[in-house]
Design a binder for this molecule. Structure first.
Ligand SMILES: Cc1ncc(COP(=O)(O)O)c(C=O)c1O
Length: 362
């Protein structure tokens, strides 16, 4: 393994004030950013070069850049947490590094070496320490991104690529905080198909989810649930989160990773926590008909979504044109909220980390 690169730091002449940072932390999710970003550039001749941290500013991109026309882009999302002693920590960042590399491979982008990914996050955090908020449930969200930038309308992988990491102080993902959300089952739309890009974290998957997500909102729901593209029968995931169902006997069922579902870091962590509790955890094909039936019969007592941004969020209602079912009494379930506490206690250093998931940054 090669050694971690050093990102040359050029600080902004106009950093935000303490008041500016505080205002940013209470802005809607992902709309306010820190003073700096980390960047590196790739081309075939030089490989990765130009590792730098500099003032965040609009970037110059040729209008023919590959990413703008053919969506050659992959990204990640992870959070830095401030503990009560002031120290700063990342949660399983090597998982995000590995997933970015897998996504990059699918999108014919050069992989960012793990040590470069980690160095970009950690060195940016060193510069932006003051931006990691300390209020409950807040964190500094990191958005590593990789994209093809060559001015070239030919449909082929870009010979020039840019990697960058943005940082945004964030609070709760859903405006209402932690309360049960309602889910709309996508009609006639799929986010992924066999052999497609479903398990890659790439822009196009999210572009495809925007219209169904809009329809979810029009139908009074917070998020959209996608079914498999082959049979339109099996539950896959939400627009930006994985999903799990809790049965009355304590077993937890979640869709298996078929290649069309994003393998969530939170999903994997939750499965580990559940297995450590001695629970029966089943990764399988979960038919919408069964889900709906088992919710209506009361066999499924809790349903929840999980992902970095929203952590673990209870689902209170599942809706489609032909049915609407309420999960349990529609409130937040005990297992869901207990898991949420267990996970956030590890992330915020309030509990032991028996799995070795936490990386100390400073
Ligand atoms: C489509 C989709 N599924 C699932 C997840 C959850 O993944 P993670 O737990 O790694 O954040 C995300 C968020 O990254 C996502 O965008």
């Amino acid at each position: 393994m090669s050694s971690a690169p050093v990102f040359t730091v050029t600080r902004t002449a106009t950093p935000a004030t303490a008041e500016g940072r505080a205002a940013a932390a209470s802005a809607p999710f992902g709309t306010a950013f820190t003073d700096h970003w980390a960047r590196a550039t790739w081309n075939a001749a030089e490989g990765w070069h130009g590792h730098r941290i500099e003032a965040l500013a609009p970037m110059s991109l040729h209008p023919a850049a590959t990413v703008l026309h053919y969506g050659q882009q992959v990204f990640e999302g992870l959070k830095a947490y401030r503990w009560s002693d002031g120290s700063i920590h990342l949660f399983r960042p090597e998982r995000n590094a590995a997933r970015l590399a897998q996504s990059a491979e699918r999108m014919a982008l050069p992989p960012v070496p793990e040590e470069t990914f980690l160095a970009a996050c950690e060195q940016l955090l060193a510069v932006e320490q003051e931006w990691v908020p300390d209020a409950p449930e807040t964190s500094l969200y990191l958005r590593p991104t990789l994209m093809g930038t060559a001015a070239d309308l030919g449909v082929h992988p870009s010979p020039e690529v840019e990697f960058f990491v943005l940082a945004a102080p964030v609070g709760a993902y859903f405006a209402g905080g932690v309360k049960p959300v309602s889910i709309w089952v996508a009609q006639d739309f799929h986010r992924a198909g066999p052999g497609g890009t479903g398990q890659a974290k790439t822009a196009g998957n999210y572009a495809a989810s925007l219209l169904p997500q809009q329809q979810a909102v029009e139908n009074g729901c917070d998020q959209v649930l996608f079914l498999d593209g082959r049979q339109n029968r099996y539950v896959e995931e939400l627009g930006g989160m994985n999903v799990m169902a809790v049965y009355g006997d304590g077993a937890v069922v979640t869709p298996r990773l078929t290649g069309t579902i994003l393998p969530g870091v939170t999903r994997s962590s939750v499965l580990d926590l559940l297995r450590a509790q001695g629970r029966d955890v089943v990764e399988t094909d979960l038919a919408l008909d069964d889900l709906r039936h088992d919710i209506a019969s009361g066999d499924i007592v809790e349903l929840f979504a999980c992902g970095t941004a929203a952590v673990i969020t209870p689902i209170g209602r599942l809706k489609a044109p032909e049915f609407e079912v309420t999960v349990g009494d529609g409130g937040a379930g005990a297992l869901t909220m207990g898991l949420r506490s267990q996970l956030t206690d590890i992330q915020y250093g309030r509990a032991e980390d028996p799995f070795g998931w936490v990386t100390t940054v400073s």
